[in-house]
Design a protein around this ligand. Structure first.
Ligand SMILES: [Zn+2]
Ligand SMILES: [Zn+2]
Length: 303
């Protein structure tokens, strides 16, 4: 039922110009929208100089792996799935070096956190991974009954992907239900490929291709007027946005993090400029533990 609603919404979006008014009118009525961040694991720690170009060699960072629960009157969805229940087996394909680099602790998968709070899983109509890297797709098969929505290019890249970026065992279950999002050419906050998920301006997905093919960013516009922009792995730290810096080149050489390093730098520059022009929008890199600490953490929700 909820899936049908979502499909109708998408069809409406594609066929009609209704959504355009939502995009262009900042005073559009926003439906009751809330979100809550599930911290599914922490990294064991790394120097900031490994996280962002020109980062400190003396500051230790403990990046987090997150999923974002978004609740809306038309249905709920997860943006990213975080680290899932089968993470140990999944990560066994990593080399010894990669296992040290990507070491995680305090694992608390989204499925278990939701169950602890008696969250009704039937309310979830979708999981929308920002992209299919292992630390975002690890929990997909924990929610085998929930359809996965992503851009086709993102799925295609993942199907041909290799470790350490991609771990095929995370999404090889034939019971997974794949659905493709068709983004429109309606400009939103400077981004050219976008999708107003509920056709009310509350949740807008934007294409952030660069880090991977078809990576998705997500704007949340709350009834309170608060605005958030989840940017996936475009940068790992808000320092990258503030200083317009990519990941360190040597990290890219070591593990090949970005599908297109140069294009991702263009995207960072765009978000950097948006951050200056509209400082009221909270920009959330998926792994920045300092930014995440300022957000409502499950089971707390935004107001
Ligand atoms: Zn990634
Ligand atoms: Zn990531």
């Amino acid at each position: 039922m909820k899936l049908t609603l979502f499909r109708i919404t998408l069809l409406t979006l594609i066929c009609c110009s209704v959504s355009i008014s939502a995009f262009s009118n900042p005073n559009v009525a926003i439906s009751d929208l809330k979100f809550s961040v599930l911290v599914t694991a922490e990294s064991s720690g790394s120097l900031e100089s490994f996280v962002v170009a020109d980062g400190s060699w003396f500051t230790k960072r403990k990046l987090v792996h997150t999923a974002v629960l978004v609740t809306h009157p038309k249905g709920d969805f997860l943006f990213d799935s975080g680290i899932g229940q089968d993470f140990e087996e999944q990560m066994s394909v990593f080399s010894f070096f990669e296992q040290q680099l990507f070491k995680i602790e305090n694992v608390h998968p989204a499925k278990e956190q939701l169950a602890q709070e008696n969250y009704d899983l039937s309310k979830l109509f979708a999981i929308i991974p920002s992209h299919m890297h292992w630390d975002h797709a690890s929990g997909l098969e924990d929610f085998i009954e929930v359809p996965v929505w992503l851009q086709k290019v993102s799925h295609d890249e993942a199907l041909h992907g290799e470790p350490p970026g991609f771990i095929l065992s995370q999404y090889d279950d034939s019971d997974l239900r794949w659905n493709y999002l068709d983004l429109t050419n309606s400009e939103y906050e400077g981004f050219s490929k976008t999708l107003d998920v509920f056709d009310d301006g509350s949740v807008v997905l934007v294409d952030l291709t660069g880090h991977t093919h078809g990576q998705l960013g997500m704007f949340l516009n709350l009834p309170s007027g608060e605005r958030y922009f989840f940017i996936g792995d475009t940068t790992w730290s808000e320092l990258g946005v503030i200083h317009n810096k990519p990941r360190p080149k040597f990290v890219d050489w070591m593990v090949g993090v970005d599908t297109d390093f140069e294009l991702n730098s263009v995207v960072i520059n765009q978000i950097h400029k948006l951050n200056i022009a509209k400082p009221n929008i909270v920009i959330v890199p998926a792994h920045d533990e300092l930014v995440v600490a300022s957000l409502p953490i499950f089971p707390t929700y935004s107001k």
